[in-house]
Design a protein around this ligand. Structure first.
Ligand code: HEM
Length: 186
């Protein structure tokens, strides 16, 4: 009986550890993987469940934060699958974007015939500390998104704006506004 109870308890702990709650708060052990990029200060956590990516982004910023993904780099940030997290009308929002040019601002996927592909999103912004959580299909089927293949190396771009206006650029990368995280593997 005691052994059975122990097994049930372990089962509960295991399922609790794997539970993804997209609520804008990251609990200890909520994600299977966590990486902190020391240069940018961004912490990325993720769990892959079937064909879905659950991801958390924690960073400090006086404005929006952005995360971009690319399978390979061709010309600076051109072609990156960008997402910007900001606050609009007092509420956190997630913008599904892509990067047409090597420099300058990304465009909304929906502005170019693409789709908005966040399956879930929640975030908190308190005292310049962002905690973002979202879910998306690994392969959204939108040509403006990068298909994520677990185990394949990717390049992640991260940036922090100085305001909540995604039309206002981040500080130059040479001044700490944007970074690449190389050889990133989901
Ligand atoms: C997801 C959001 C974003 C990410 C991850 C991001 C990332 C980056 C990165 C990594 C670079 C360096 C490119 C290189 O030299 O190889 C860069 C450059 C640049 N970005 Fe962004 N960016 C984002 C959003 C924006 C927005 C919203 C604007 C303007 C409204 C912008 C304007 C620029 C400009 C002007 C440059 C060239 C200057 C520089 O090297 O810093 N970016 N960005």
């Amino acid at each position: 009986m005691r052994k059975l109870l122990t097994l049930i308890a372990l089962g509960l702990i295991a399922s609790f550890g794997a539970a993804q709650t997209i609520d804008g708060a990251v609990a200890d052990g909520e994600y299977a993987n966590t990486v902190t990029d020391e240069e940018s200060g961004f912490t990325l956590s993720w769990t892959i469940e079937g064909e879905t990516l659950h991801m958390a982004v924690q960073a400090t910023s006086s404005g929006w934060i952005g995360v971009g993904l690319a399978g390979e780099q061709t010309n600076r940030k051109a072609g990156f699958d960008q997402q910007i997290f900001t606050v609009q009308d007092g509420a956190p929002v997630a913008l599904d974007m892509f990067q047409p040019g090597a420099r300058g601002e990304p465009d909304m996927d929906t502005a170019e015939g693409g789709s908005e592909d966040f399956a879930a999103f929640a975030a908190t912004y308190e005292g310049e500390a962002w905690t973002v959580e979202f879910s998306r299909p690994l392969d959204t089927g939108d040509e403006h998104d990068v298909a994520i293949v677990p185990g394949n190396e990717m390049i992640v771009a991260v940036a922090h704006g100085n305001t909540m206006d995604p039309g206002r650029e981040h500080d130059r990368s040479s001044r700490g506004g944007a970074y690449y995280i190389e050889a990133f593997t989901f």
